[in-house]
Design a protein around this ligand. Structure first.
Ligand code: MTE
Ligand code: MO
Length: 261
């Protein structure tokens, strides 16, 4: 299951996964603290040595630190040449599920003609890109599995240019650490540069050979089959390259930042 995380058997990861689960389920603060006291004492995580977990803020900070260690490990183990599994068209999930932090009828409606993708940060060319310009880049099609932490997965077909080709075209500093995005619905996230340059990371303009419908993120989403669903932003409006760490909508609520699938 955890194809990109061969280290998942590691004890520290088990603790991290459990910590992430707890945050996700938003356990009452008191029980989160009890969990930490138990795990950190039994697990003997000396990382937090000297840190007395006796209040919620400290517990929260400890969980965040564990999650950042998890990010670091996932980053170290990420293999840019390892591809996510692909599937035949016959396995595409129909209808493909919709998910967002709002209902389907509230998905933003973006005007195709007026759309310009903003580019900023550590890039030479900061001019905005229109949809026809994005469509002029080499196009790739992939049938891959989208995995949502809410407990479902579905196979879909996405097409569009590689984010890596786009970053090269705008003269991005490829040694920068992060690529961040902002979306029309105020969703936001950020990814590591290695994942941004991964050959399967697409600026998806099409779903199932047609322009993305609004519910799936018109006019563009980042399709990243090596990452969990929440790291696949829809309705992307702006891309920025940076060395400064930025989290994301769900990441700010406790989901793990690296979010490998
Ligand atoms: N802009 C935006 N992108 C988003 C979200 C969102 O709420 N807004 N939700 C994320 C989550 S949690 C999931 S599972 C997928 C769902 O994508 P889908 O509607 O194409 O299935 O979108 C991701 N990208
Ligand atoms: Mo999700």
């Amino acid at each position: 299951m955890n194809f990109f995380s061969p280290w998942h058997k590691d004890n520290a990861e088990a603790v991290t996964a459990e910590a992430r689960d707890l945050l996700r389920k938003r356990l009452p603060r008191a029980s989160r603290r009890r969990f930490l006291v138990r795990e950190l004492t039994l697990g003997g995580l000396s990382l937090l040595g000297g840190c007395v977990i006796d209040d919620d803020a400290t517990a929260e900070a400890a969980l965040t630190r564990i999650s950042r260690i998890n990010d670091w490990a996932q980053g170290r183990l990420f293999d840019p040449s390892l591809l996510a599994p692909t599937y035949p068209d016959s396995m595409i999930t129909r209808p493909f599920p919709f998910n967002a932090f709002y209902d389907e009828d509230q998905a933003p409606r973006i005007d195709a003609g007026g759309f310009r993708l903003e580019v900023s940060g550590l890039v030479a060319g900061k001019r905005p890109w229109s949809l026809p310009e994005l469509r002029a880049l080499p196009r790739y099609t992939q049938v891959t599995r989208h995995i949502c932490v809410e407990g479902w997965s579905a196979i879909g077909k996405w097409s569009g240019p590689r984010l890596g080709d786009f970053l090269r075209a705008v003269g991005a500093d490829l040694d920068a650490r992060y690529v961040g995005v902002h979306c029309a619905d105020d969703y936001y996230t950020s990814i590591d540069m290695a994942t941004a340059l991964h050959p399967q990371t697409l600026i998806a303009l099409d779903w199932d050979d047609r322009p993305l419908p609004p519910k799936y993120g018109f006019p563009m989403k980042l399709r990243i089959p090596t990452k969990l669903g929440y790291k696949n932003p829809k309705h992307v409006q702006a891309i920025f390259v940076s060395d400064t760490f930025n989290r994301g909508y769900w990441e700010d609520q406790g989901y793990n930042w690296f979010g490998g699938s």
